[in-house]
Design a protein around this ligand. Sequence first.
Ligand SMILES: [Cu+2]
Length: 120
Amino acid sequence: MTRTTLRRAAVLGTLGALTFSTTALGHAEVDQRLPKPGASLSSGPKTVYVSFTQQIKSGGSFTVTRGSRTVLRGKNDPRNVKRIIGKSSKRLAKGTYKVTWRATYIDGHRETGSWTFRVR
Ligand SMILES: [Cu+2]
């Protein structure tokens, strides 16, 4: 490969990266979380969810943990392509909870995140 070819390849590579990052097609952001991060609730929730600004792929999940115990699991909401949801048959008891989610956006990027809330 000549020097010119290498330079041209580098320029094309940069242009490709710029085009991709400005388009950012399918890269979602967290939209809403229930309960809200840092919430202190007098009554335990039955439903926990995290929603995104765009559709996410199947295979999204979360765990809700209290100490070392997983008390609830969430998965893609069959009724909302932007949401991971978990429903408990009973209200969550008093305690501090951590929700840890993972999702794959339609551009293929995998993301994880977490938040906490409390039932007092
Ligand atoms: Cu992305």
